[in-house]
Write a protein that binds this ligand. Structure first.
Ligand code: PLP
Length: 457
């Protein structure tokens, strides 16, 4: 029997017309969607007037929170002056130029050119096409495979979903396609072996990567893609020294590192880029999400000069560089990217995030002691709370219980939005959150965990 309240009119319309992404479609008819109506600061409100602290910045993206008037003004001005133009065939627009200049300035490694897309998936798809193109252009046509990692999340287009290392993105979709190989996930809590130190775990993963490369053939591998902190795989923070251990192996085999900063970028980890926090030295970078603080869709691929020059040479032979999206570099997205970065700088968002990290850390450490929490992991202002049936043995809850989604629902009933990734509750609040709001968010999480424990008994 369905003990849920009857659906409201707007929920019924939603159910009738929307195919919801990443949603258990078989149970949605019982609960209906939570239809969000408006937002202000770190709060969002549903159509029934309920208030929530948005503990996930939407989808790890609304770093400036909701209702920022400077962003609204920048959007309005851009829509009035030039609502659309493109960059094809040598055309240009000033917001795109300005944003590319800013990204070059902020980049953690030397960047020569920026290629704009509309999303993170398109950015990573582009990364792979560019890697193939680059290796054709430099006379290495066999060097095409991309290494990714189990539990990685790089998007949902055919190639970016193949890079993603999560079963529900592959099963039933006939993915991953070939040319993608997955290496181990750097999650010590889950994949560290009995008696193995973190340092030994890192050495084992580095050895395993080397073996994979040798097995596949180094001359067949173009690049490895990695998020500094893995986000949608469950907020997995690699152990100390992980990137320092794998990077020399990649260099040795002429395999370059693609840095997926789609979640980590623009201050989330306390630096502009997660690669700075985690000790990565990438050759190319993907960005999206907080690039515009999600006020408009935009993605970017940032490239060094030698890759760019290979395209120029190849374009000389072929006649053009044959890649581009209708909305890649859309004036609205670019104007909002410029404005978001300007606001981050004006607010000194890095100092703000760094000032909140001790609060975030203290609350996560407390949550780690909760009886149903196996691990509470974090980096900067992003965290993952993994729920387990048995703390001592790390035994997960039976999958049929769906404890993660249940905890997220209970949190919503307590006025906080988190995202359940399996049985991990992800937390990634807008970077503008105050210490007081952050504490309120964690109070609500603790209450939800108590309620979840009670339910699980
Ligand atoms: N890369 C990472 C690290 C992401 O977290 C995501 C989305 O969550 C993507 C790529 C895909 O971005 P989009 O959903 O904009 O296509």
């Amino acid at each position: 029997m369905n003990s849920n309240p009857p659906l409201t009119n707007v929920q019924a319309r939603d159910l009738d017309a929307i195919l919801h992404p990443y949603t258990p479609l078989h149970t949605l008819p019982q609960t209906g969607a939570t239809v969000i109506d408006h937002g202000k600061g770190v709060y969002v409100y549903d159509t029934q007037g309920n208030e929530y602290i948005e503990g996930m910045s939407g989808l790890w993206c609304a770093g400036l929170g909701f209702g920022n008037e400077e962003m609204v003004e920048a959007a309005t001005q851009q829509m009035r002056s030039l609502p659309y133009y493109h960059l094809f065939g040598g055309m240009g627009i000033e917001p795109a130029i300005e944003l590319a200049e800013k990204l070059k300035e902020l980049a953690p490694v030397p960047i020569s050119k920026v290629f704009f897309t509309s999303s993170g998936s398109e950015a990573n798809d582009t990364q792979v096409k560019l890697a193939w193109y680059y290796n054709n252009a430099r006379g290495k046509p066999e060097k095409k495979k991309i290494i990714s990692r189990i539990k990685a999340y790089h998007g949902v287009t055919i190639m970016s979903a193949s890079l993603t290392g999560l079963p529900y993105n592959h099963k039933g979709f006939d993915l991953p396609i070939d040319r993608v190989v997955h290496t181990e996930c750097p999650h010590y809590y889950r994949f560290g072996q009995d008696g193995e130190s973190e340092a030994d775990f890192v050495t084992r993963l580095a050895t395993s990567l080397r073996e994979l490369i040798e097995r596949e053939g180094p001359d067949t591998i173009a690049a490895m893609i990695a998020e500094p902190v893995m986000g949608a795989g469950g907020v997995i923070v690699p152990p100390k020294g992980y990137f320092e251990a794998i990077q020399p192996i990649l260099d040795e085999y002429d395999i370059y590192l693609i840095d997926d900063e789609v979640i980590n970028g623009f201050g989330r980890t306390g630096n502009w880029w997660g690669s700075e926090t985690l000790g990565m030295t990438p050759k190319t970078i993907s960005a999206a999400k907080q690039l515009t603080s999600a006020y408009a869709p935009l993605g970017a691929v940032m490239l060094p000069e030698d890759i760019y020059q290979a395209f120029v040479d190849h374009s000389r032979q072929i006649g053009t560089f044959g890649h581009g999206f209708t909305y890649g570099g859309h004036p609205l997205g670019c104007a909002l990217g410029v404005k978001a970065i300007e606001i981050y700088q004006k607010l000194d968002i890095l100092s703000h995030v760094r000032s909140l990290i001790p609060v975030f850390e203290a609350r996560m450490k407390k949550i780690a002691d909760h009886p149903i929490v196996g691990e509470a992991r974090y980096c900067g202002l992003m965290g993952g709370v993994e729920l387990v049936a048995d703390k001592a043995t790390k035994q997960p809850f039976d999958a049929s219980v769906g404890i993660g989604p249940k905890a997220a629902t209970l949190a919503r009933q307590n006025g906080a939005i988190f995202r359940a990734i399996g049985d991990t509750l992800a937390v990634c609040p807008p970077m503008i959150i105050t210490a007081e709001e952050l504490n309120a968010l964690f109070d609500r999480m603790e209450k939800a965990l108590d309620d979840t424990e009670f339910l699980a008994k």
